[in-house]
Design a binder for this molecule. Sequence first.
Ligand SMILES: CC(C)(COP(=O)(O)OP(=O)(O)OC[C@H]1O[C@@H](n2cnc3c(N)ncnc32)[C@H](O)[C@@H]1OP(=O)(O)O)[C@@H](O)C(=O)NCCC(=O)NCCS
Length: 157
Amino acid sequence: MELRRITYENVDAVTSMSVRDEQQNFVAPNVASLAEAYVCVDNGYAVKAFALYEGDEPVGFVMLGLGYMGWSAPPCAEGSYCIVRFMIDQRYQGRGLGKKGMEACLEYLREKPLGSADKVWLSYEPENTAARELYHKLGFIENGEMCGEETAAVRDL
Ligand SMILES: CC(C)(COP(=O)(O)OP(=O)(O)OC[C@H]1O[C@@H](n2cnc3c(N)ncnc32)[C@H](O)[C@@H]1OP(=O)(O)O)[C@@H](O)C(=O)NCCC(=O)NCCS
């Protein structure tokens, strides 16, 4: 599983990805996330978005950032990396790709691509059992903070 740059060649595949009906509230559509990523970068914030590839197949999407990104965030965001968006297309879920994709993201963040930081945080809807289980398995621990309606969780990089 690897993070690949979004290009003219794969942007349609990325924006065509979807999640199950019951997951619609858990993640923004990728086209909206790409628009937000553009706005962040254009306003000077540190954000990157990638397609997640299994072999030559684009199977998911991730948006990553460092520190404050222009919207209201919990205290743990200060000076930490954030996995802002993460999704595996519904056709590829349940095959271990979410875990492999997150591991690839953590490996990438350990290179400190946007600047120095020791921690990474993310957040999820309290009823998003799949995400919570996945993130717990990868060592994220809920720290009692909230990001709007979402539960925040943090781990060392
Ligand atoms: C959350 C998501 C990324 C998981 O991706 P996935 O490829 O299906 O996950 P994996 O197959 O790698 O599973 C890894 C672990 O996640 C957990 N998990 C995955 N699906 C689950 C489910 N339906 N119920 C409970 N736990 C689940 C399990 O702990 C699993 O480990 P196991 O296989 O050893 O039991 C995927 O369901 C998704 O894209 N959901 C919609 C978008 C979303 O919610 N993104 C996160 C926003 S915070």
